[in-house]
Design a protein around this ligand. Structure first.
Ligand code: G6P
Length: 607
C-alpha cells in the first residue's frame, strides 16, 4: 500500500511533507522518507519504522527545498529497513511508489547490464533507474518520466523529482490511487485527499493510466494515450479535524465509542422520512431487478458481506454469493446474466476489491459500492454508491465502519425484500423501526466495557481463543477472532458452533477460552449444545448474549456479557461491540499498538 505526498511550492516543504505523511500512516509504517530538490540537487532523509523516527532524523539533520516527495512504506519487496525505504534515487531522479512492479526483475537485469547499480531489494527502485536511463539517452524530463511507464507491468502510483528542476513534480497512476491538490502558489500530490486536507480541499483525482506534470500554479494531465485531458476539480469532503483522538487514548477506542453516532448518521441516510421505509437511492433498481446478488469484499468488510447474505436470502429470498475479492478475481466465476454485485469496502481502494469490481463492470453486472470513502476509486467506478457514514476511520482494525456496513446492508435487505414483493410495507416498517433503535442500543452496549476489560486478562493469558456462533452470529464469530488476532497477535479461531466437533474441538484444553456469541434467537438451543460439548472438555465459556439468553448461560459460566434486547436485525450489529471491546482491552493489557498493529495497513492497495 504505502502513502505518497508531494509538494511544489515557493515555500520550504519539508515540514509539510511530514505532516501530510502522518495522515497516511494508516497505509503502512515500515519506513518513511522524504526527498527535496535544492541547490545541491536531490537530498534525502529516510528512516526505518514510523514517521516519528523520520522526524527525529530531520530534527538532527534538516533538509530544505521548495519541491519534494515523501513516502510511508508497507513493505512488499525487500525488508522494512533503512536501505529499502523510499524515496529511491538514481542519479538525478528520486521516486516514491505505491503498488507492485511485477516485471521488476527483468528490468533490473537489463539496467544492471547497462551499468546501473541498485542499492535496494525493492521492486520500486527500478522506476528511478528507468527514468535516469531515459535522461541518459538525451530525453527531456517529461519524456523520460512518461517513457518509463511503457515498460512497467503491475500497479503503481508514482511521484517523482526528475533532473535538477525544482519547479516540477511528476506523477502517474495505474492501479493505485493518486490525487492532485490545488493550493495558492503551490500544488500537491497525495495518495488521498485526506493527506492533503491540512493544505487544500480542492483536488483532482487522476484516472487510470493518467500522468501529471505538476507546477507551482498549474497541472497538465495526460491520459493513457498521452492526450492532454481536463479532469474535474472537486472539493474534498473530508474534514481535517475529524482525525484527532480527542479524549481517547487510541483511535480504536475512540472509533468503538463513535458507533452510536455513526449508526445514527448512516440510518438517517437510508430512511424515507415520509414513508418510514428504506430509501435505497439509485441502488434500488439494481437490487430490485437482479436475479442474483454477488457480495465481494476483503477482511472485516467480507464478514459484513457474510452477514448480509443471511439477511438478503432470509428476508428477500434472493440468492447471494459472497466472495473474498482476491479469490473472486482469479477463479473465473460463473456470473448471472442479470446480476448485481455489491462491493463492500471502508476505503474504497482495496486493490483486490477494486479489481473484482472492474471485472464485474466488464461482465455487465450492475455494481454497487457500499463505501465509507465517498471519493474513492470504487465510488467513482460503480453504478451506484451506498455510503456508510461512519466518518474517517483511522485505527487499522475496522470497528465503526463494520457496524455501519451492517446497518446499510440491513436497510438494503429490507428495502429489497419490500421492492420485490417478498415483504409487506408494514413488515418492512417494523424492521426499520427496530433498526432505528441502533444508536441507543449501541450506547447501551458500550456499558459492557468494564466487563470486557475484566475479561481481557483471560484472553491475554490464553494460548488460543475460540469464537463461535450460529447463523447470522457465525460471521460475527469470525470477526471476533479476526479482531483479536489483528490487534493482539494472539492465535484465535472463529468457527460455526455446529462445526466445532468436526475438528477444532481437538484443540480445546482445560481453560481454553471460548467466546460464544448467542443472543436469544431460534438457534440459541443449538448453540448451547455446542457450548456443552466444549465446556465438558474444560473450555472457559465467555457468553455474549441478551437478558433471555443470559438465563440459559447462567449455570454454565460466570462470564456473561449481557447486551440489551436487540429486536429485528439489530443483533449482529450490536454484538460486534463487545467483540471489539474484548480485542481492544486485551491489546491494551498486552501493550500492543492496536491502532497500527505490526505487519498490517488500513488500506491495502496492493494485491
Ligand atoms: C485491511 C484492514 C481491514 C479491512 C480490510 C478491507 O486488511 O486492516 O480492517 O477490513 O483491509 O479494507 P476495506 O477498506 O476494503 O474495507
Amino acid at each position: 500500500m504505502c502513502g505518497i505526498v508531494g509538494i511544489v511550492s515557493n515555500q520550504p516543504v519539508s515540514n509539510r511533507l511530514v505532516e501530510g505523511l502522518t495522515r497516511l500512516e494508516y497505509r503502512g509504517y515500515d519506513s518513511a522518507g522524504i526527498a527535496v530538490v535544492n541547490g545541491q540537487g536531490i537530498v534525502r532523509r529516510r528512516s526505518p519504522g514510523k514517521i516519528i523516527n523520520l522526524q527525529h532524523v530531520l530534527d538532527d539533520a534538516p533538509i530544505e527545498g521548495t519541491c519534494g516527495i515523501a513516502h510511508t512504506r508497507w513493505a512488499t519487496h525487500g525488508k522494512p529497513n533503512m536501505e529499502n525505504a523510499h524515496p529511491h534515487q538514481a542519479g538525478n531522479v528520486a521516486i516514491v511508489h505505491n503498488g507492485i512492479i511485477e516485471n521488476f526483475k527483468i528490468l533490473r537485469e537489463e539496467l544492471a547490464r547497462e551499468g546501473h547499480v541498485f542499492a535496494t531489494q525493492t521492486d520500486s527502485e527500478v522506476i528511478a533507474h528507468l527514468i535516469q536511463h531515459h535522461l541518459d539517452k538525451g530525453m527531456d524530463e517529461e519524456s523520460a518520466f512518461l517513457a518509463c511507464f511503457e515498460r512497467l507491468e503491475g500497479a503503481y502510483a508514482v511521484a517523482a523529482l526528475v533532473g535538477k528542476d525544482n519547479q516540477t513534480l511528476y506523477a502517474a497512476r495505474h492501479g493505485s490511487p493518486l490525487v492532485v491538490g490545488f493550493g495558492t502558489g503551490e500544488m500537491f500530490v497525495g495518495s488521498d485527499a485526506f493527506a492533503l486536507a491540512p493544505f487544500t480541499k480542492r483536488v483532482l483525482y487522476l484516472e487510470e493510466g493518467d500522468s501529471a506534470v505538476v507546477k507551482i500554479d498549474d497541472v497538465c494531465v495526460r491520459d493513457k494515450s498521452g492526450q492532454v485531458v481536463t479532469r474535474e476539480i472537486l472539493t474534498a469532503s473530508i474534514s481535517a479535524v475529524m482525525a484527532e483522538k480527542g479524549n481517547y487514548r487510541h483511535f480504536m477506542e475512540k472509533e468503538i465509542h463513535e458507533q452510536p453516532e455513526a449508526l445514527a448518521r448512516t440510518m438517517a441516510a437510508y430512511m424515507d422520512q415520509e414513508t418510514d421505509l428504506p430509501s435505497l437511492g439509485n441502488a434500488a433498481p439494481l437490487l430490485k431487478n437482479a436475479d442474483r446478488l454477488v457480495a465481494i469484499a476483503c477482511g472485516t468488510a467480507y464478514l459484513a458481506a457474510s452477514v448480509g447474505k443471511y439477511w438478503f436470502e432470509g428476508l428477500a429470498g434472493v440468492h447471494v454469493e459472497t466472495d473474498i475479492a482476491s479469490e473472486f478475481r482469479y477463479r473465473t466465476p460463473a456470473l448471472p446474466q442479470n446480476g448485481t454485485a455489491l462491493f463492500i469496502s471502508q476505503s474504497g481502494e482495496t486493490a483486490d476489491t477494486l479489481a473484482a469490481m472492474r471485472y464485474c463492470n466488464r461482465a455487465n453486472l450492475g455494481t454497487i459500492g457500499v463505501l465509507n470513502a465517498p471519493e474513492s476509486s470504487i465510488a467513482r467506478e460503480t453504478n451506484a454508491v451506498m455510503r456508510t457514514l461512519a466518518g474517517p476511520e483511522i485505527g487499522v482494525a475496522s470497528t465503526k465502519a463494520f457496524t455501519a456496513q451492517l446497518a446499510v446492508l440491513a436497510m438494503s435487505a429490507i428495502g429489497t425484500a419490500q421492492l420485490r414483493g417478498h415483504m409487506s410495507e408494514d413488515e418492512a416498517r417494523t424492521h426499520v423501526k427496530a433498526l432505528e433503535q441502533l444508536p441507543e442500543l449501541a450506547q447501551k452496549a458500550l456499558t459492557v466495557k468494564d466487563q470486557c476489560e475484566a475479561i481481557a486478562p483471560i484472553l491475554a493469558g490464553a494460548k488460543q481463543t475460540f469464537f463461535i456462533g450460529r447463523g447470522v452470529y457465525y460471521p460475527l464469530a469470525l470477526e471476533g477472532a479476526l479482531k483479536l488476532k489483528e490487534v493482539t497477535y494472539l492465535p484465535a479461531e472463529g468457527y460455526a458452533a455446529g462445526e466445532l466437533k468436526h475438528g477444532p474441538i481437538a484443540l480445546i484444553e482445560d481453560g481454553t477460552p471460548v467466546v460464544v456469541i448467542a443472543p436469544s434467537d431460534k438457534l440459541l438451543e443449538k448453540t448451547i449444545s455446542s457450548v456443552e460439548e466444549v465446556a465438558a472438555r474444560g473450555a472457559k465459556i465467555i457468553a455474549i448474549t441478551d437478558e433471555a439468553g443470559a438465563e440459559q448461560f447462567k449455570d454454565r459460566t460466570e462470564h456473561i456479557i449481557v447486551l440489551p434486547d436487540m429486536p429485528g436485525l439489530c443483533g449482529p450489529i450490536i454484538s460486534a461491540i463487545p467483540l471489539q471491546l474484548l480485542a481492544y482491552y486485551t491489546a491494551h493489557k498486552l501493550g500492543t499498538n492496536m491502532d497500527q498493529p505490526r505487519n498490517l495497513a488500513k488500506s491495502v492497495t496492493v494485491e
